[in-house]
Design a protein around this ligand. Sequence first.
Ligand SMILES: [Zn+2]
Length: 215
Amino acid sequence: MKTIQLKIKGMTCPSCSVAVERQLNELNGILDKFINHVTDSGKISFDDALVSEEEIIAKINEGHYKVAGFENITNAIEVPACPTCGQSGQLVPNTVFKSNLKPVFYKQIDSAKKHFACMNPTCKTAYYSGDFTIPFDGLKRELWYKSYSRKKIICYCNNIDREQIKVAVQQQGLNTWEEITGFYRKKPIEKCELLNPTGLCCRDKFNEVVKKFSH
Ligand SMILES: [Zn+2]
């Protein structure tokens, strides 16, 4: 058995994820699949005696959505499932908690343990470690990838949301991270490993949102 993590471009809603899953149903040897339009990702486990990653990627590319990259995660650390919803999340560096959590929740973090973010858009859990969970409202700011968040912050370092990117693109004609953050902030900062709740760099998502508003 092999497990790969795919980056899939072009998905915008839950029915896009379903469409990708339907493509995969046409193949033999797929053991498990989880496609998430919110994170533009897919995690697929398959019997590599029956099907190869090249065939999987080619099959997805036959549809509307394109695979932008993949990673073999067969031997990667096992990411435990979120105890609230049962979906597997993603590892977050413990460095993100200080700036993102309300003090009462920050106090509960055991820095010797690994913590994971639940990326399921409808689950109310933000982070977990074993059975320990931190709810979405344990954070100082909202998580853009949760469907119930009202403010869709894209750049957490400079506190710039989706709406502000839209204004910068459509009314100011700006289209790069530098131009847009510079338009809103005197001195834009970039410390995603501390300020972004996922610990990941926001630039990919940022550019994607810019592109969405560009035409
Ligand atoms: Zn969850």
